[in-house]
Design a protein around this ligand. Structure first.
Ligand code: C2E
Ligand code: MG
Ligand code: MG
Ligand code: MG
Length: 282
């Protein structure tokens, strides 16, 4: 009897494994063709300056519509793109496309609009990263001062000196650097003094608990104060309620991003949203 049960559970286990492996293979092979088949596209999530209430920029976020699997989340496919190295090509395309779109919006009259693009650690292992990024921006015609690259704390696990050098070279071009998901990594504090950062993004897990949980509230307040004393701008991500917004305003957070302002939008919807905001301001 025991043997029977063991056999049965083994079968279930193996067919589940099979499904997972198959999906992973589909994603991997699909990703190789996704760019040329234009299955990948960008959505843009606006962020707002709390002093002026203006949209001052967008974060570009990758989306993938797979012909068989349907919508696949970046949380699932970005790690595969990183492991296979495909993120290098996809990442460059993302910079080029996001800068091109932002240049268009600037020409429509939103002259100071910025754009933020997420970077993987894998991209920093490329010898020619800085040169290829420079070319990608140049092909769009965007002034590099309007581009922010978002990195996370795990970017420099392997080769800290290499990452540091590249970040400084990117900054020398005029690009801004933001530390994303701050507070979720393992070495948060040591990063702040060491890396040439311009912006700190407070992770949404802190922002979203800051209304209900007094401990988290103190953490958000302390992060903002600390960032400001290091001359960093602070963006709060994942702002969903007016209570969260009011607290962030009270604590002098610089910029907010989240569903309360807008979900990530297609380029087309984003353009319309920008135009409607400009009407508001008049
Ligand atoms: P991230 O860079 O921290 O991006 C923020 C994520 O939070 C996005 O999820 C966004 O849609 C979501 N978000 C924004 N506002 C809210 C809110 O108010 N509430 C909640 N619950 N969520 C909110 P998304 O688009 O699924 O992206 C997930 C992650 O995938 C990103 O986290 C980033 O790490 C990665 N990713 C996305 N696009 C790229 C890319 O082009 N390159 C790289 N390397 N990574 C990317
Ligand atoms: Mg980000
Ligand atoms: Mg983030
Ligand atoms: Mg995040």
């Amino acid at each position: 009897k025991v043997k029977e049960l063991g056999g049965a559970s083994y079968c279930v286990f193996s067919s589940e494994m099979n499904e997972e492996v198959q999906r992973r293979l589909l994603i991997e092979s699909g990703l190789r063709r996704a760019l040329e088949r234009t299955e990948l596209y960008l959505v843009y999530q606006p962020y707002v300056d709390l002093q002026t209430s203006n949209i001052v920029g967008h974060e570009a976020l990758l989306r993938w519509n797979h012909p068989d699997l349907g919508f696949v989340s970046p949380v699932e496919f970005i790690p595969v793109a990183e492991e296979t190295g495909l993120i290098v090509e996809i990442g460059l395309w993302t910079i080029r496309e996001a800068c091109r779109q932002t240049k268009l919006w600037q020409e429509e009259g939103h002259q100071d609009l910025t754009i933020s693009v997420n970077m993987s650690g894998r991209q920093f292992q490329q010898q020619n990263l800085v040169e290829t990024v420079r070319n990608a921006i140049a092909s769009s015609g965007l002034d590099p001062a309007f581009l922010t690259l978002e990195i996370t704390e795990n970017i420099a696990i392997h080769n800290e000196r290499n990452v540091m050098t590249k970040l400084q070279e990117l900054k020398d071009i005029g690009i801004r650097i933001a530390l994303d998901d701050f507070g979720t990594g393992y070495s948060s504090l040591s990063y702040l003094g060491k890396y040439p950062l311009d912006i700190l993004k407070i992770d949404k897990s802190f922002v979203q608990h800051s209304y209900t949980d007094s401990g988290e509230k103190e953490i958000v307040k302390t992060i903002i104060a600390m960032a400001h004393s290091l001359k960093l701008k602070v963006i709060a991500e994942g702002v969903e309620t007016t209570e969260q917004l009011q607290y962030l305003e009270q604590e002098r957070c610089d910029v907010v991003q989240g569903y309360l302002i807008s979900r990530p939008l297609t380029a087309e919807d984003c353009g319309a949203f920008l135009r409607s905001k400009r009407h508001d301001a008049r």
